[in-house]
Design a protein around this ligand. Structure first.
Ligand code: SF4
Length: 483
């Protein structure tokens, strides 16, 4: 039996997709990249904001129209959030599977492909508990890059966000479990480990976590954690990084999604001491206006956020980090209820002063059951769109200026794909350097000779790590030559 996975949404949902693949493989299913040959199509959906919901719904409708014989399962956050409503209205789907406990997928399969009874139309939305984990025999990222989910759910309840409604309260995997997964990924050749969660900074501090629960592999671990002076007093995230730092091997670790209000500076000395931790910080500030930040149910102040980033930059500069600088990614939400022209001006000035290497911006989406849903003083869509364009223009100006820092410098580049060009004298490839996260930042356009190799001495292929000199900046990308 063959299945086709139609993956949508964020990196956290991608890990779920990889887990679903693992479960299907363990049940003897084969994966196909041709949906027309599939017996089963899983739309692993996103249910975060309107455009994403529409994209996932369209995927089901398109699949039904194109592949009438296939069984279609709507999985992921859209199913988690609206299973009962959709079970009534979305007749194109044959099953609805929430993401609270992915290990229960076989129940869906047995209902859809029963051996000796008529198929039913299952709706299964297990309770959100624990953090789904397990075998991921096939990673959906480019070669040698992997996401490692360390938490699930979120306790922050930002007033615009539906994630806590979908994924539930924050709960964390144990340090032991995460380090084991990192070790296994590295031993299978993974070079880039991207730690993810809704809010990495809240790791081990979730309302669904018990005290020190992240330290427990067993009682001994717990007491040794308490007794270990290196550990005592460290934040759970710092303790996790400390443990990852004990792993052998040539790999790199990137931290994605750190809520600014919970940033714990005690991770910095650990990251500086072990250069396998990339000085790449993804910290979504959402706004540069104090009143809007507060209306978003966030605690920080713009000036404190700017100071925090300045402190991070200073910490790496003072330590003479071999990376020479820090890369910063952030996110903004424009058109939030009550956002006046003056408030937006403050956000635009905040971005200009922050000088993030990368940023994404989105127009506020009115999500039911979130606190902002009923807020007054809504911003006209046209105005919100103009503000979005303004922030993008500011970032498009800043990024190349920040990337200029790397011109003339040698960086390691993880090759993602080769660009076939039989006419070209030299070979071309696309890759990413440490200051570029997967999927969301720019790329490195690499030039190399056939005779050249990766740092492992092997021919250059996707997954190779090469040493390259940055020659130029081209918009949000850099051009580099393998040396
Ligand atoms: S930190 Fe805020 S925006 Fe992010 S997932 Fe949690 S509630 Fe949503």
């Amino acid at each position: 039996m063959r299945f086709f996975l139609d993956q949508h949404g964020c990196a956290k949902n991608q890990v779920d997709g990889e887990l679903l693949v693992g479960i299907l493989y363990s049940r003897g299913w084969a994966k196909t990249v041709e949906p027309e040959t599939a017996d089963l199509i899983i739309v692993n959906s996103c249910g975060f904001i309107e455009p994403a919901k529409k994209e996932s719904l369209d995927a089901v409708l398109t699949a039904r129209a194109a592949y009438p014989k296939a069984k279609i399962v709507l999985a992921g956050c859209l199913a988690e959030r609206y299973a009962d409503d959709l079970a009534e209205g979305l007749v194109e789907a044959d099953a609805f599977f929430g993401n609270g406990d992915l290990s229960r997928l076989p129940e869906i399969l047995d209902s859809l492909f029963p051996s000796n009874s008529p198929a039913s139309r299952p709706v299964l939305v297990p309770e959100q508990q624990g953090v789904c984990s397990g075998a991921r025999p096939e990673l959906l990222s480019f070669p040698r890059s992997a996401y490692v989910k360390i938490t699930e759910g979120c306790d922050n309840h930002c007033s615009f966000c539906a994630i806590p409604l979908i994924r539930g309260a924050l709960r964390s995997r144990t340090i032991h479990e995460i380090v084991e997964e990192c070790a296994s990924l590295v031993s299978n050749g993974v070079y880039e480990l991207n730690l993810i969660g809704q809010d990495l900074a809240a790791y081990g501090c979730g309302s669904a976590d018990s005290v020190d629960s992240v330290d427990e592999a067993d009682e001994a671990d717990k007491s040794s954690a308490r007794a270990n002076p290196d550990f005592a007093g460290l934040s759970p995230l710092a303790r996790l990084l400390q443990k990852i730092s004990t792993l052998q091997g040539d790999f790199r670790v990137r931290l994605l999604y750190i809520h600014p209000d919970h940033f714990s500076p005690d991770i910095l000395p650990i990251m500086i001491a072990d250069t396998r931790f990339l000085p790449y910080f993804d910290i979504p500030f959402q706004s540069g206006d104090a009143d809007i930040i507060q209306a978003m149910n966030r605690k920080g102040k713009p000036e404190d956020y700017l100071q925090m980033i300045s402190d991070i930059r200073t910490a790496f500069a003072d330590a003479n980090s071999p990376y020479g600088t820090v890369a910063l990614r952030t996110t903004f939400l424009v058109g939030f209820p009550g956002e006046t022209d003056e408030a937006f001006e403050r956000t635009a000035r905040f971005l200009a002063e922050l000088r993030s290497t990368w940023s994404g911006a989105f127009v506020w989406s009115r999500e039911e059951d979130t606190r902002a849903y009923d807020m007054k003083k809504r911003v006209p869509k046209k105005t919100a769109q103009m503000r979005l364009d303004t922030l993008k223009e500011i970032q498009i100006r800043i990024t190349p200026e920040e990337l200029h820092f790397f011109v003339g410098r040698t960086v390691e580049v993880l090759v993602e794909e080769l660009i076939p060009d039989p006419e070209a004298d030299t070979r071309l490839a696309l890759g990413r350097a440490w200051f570029q996260a997967p999927e969301v930042d720019g790329s490195v356009v690499l030039q190399f000779e056939d005779s050249q190799c990766g740092i492992d001495g092997n021919p250059i292929v996707p997954g190779s790590v090469v040493s390259a000199v940055v020659m130029a900046v081209n918009g949000v990308d850099v051009e580099a030559v393998v040396r």
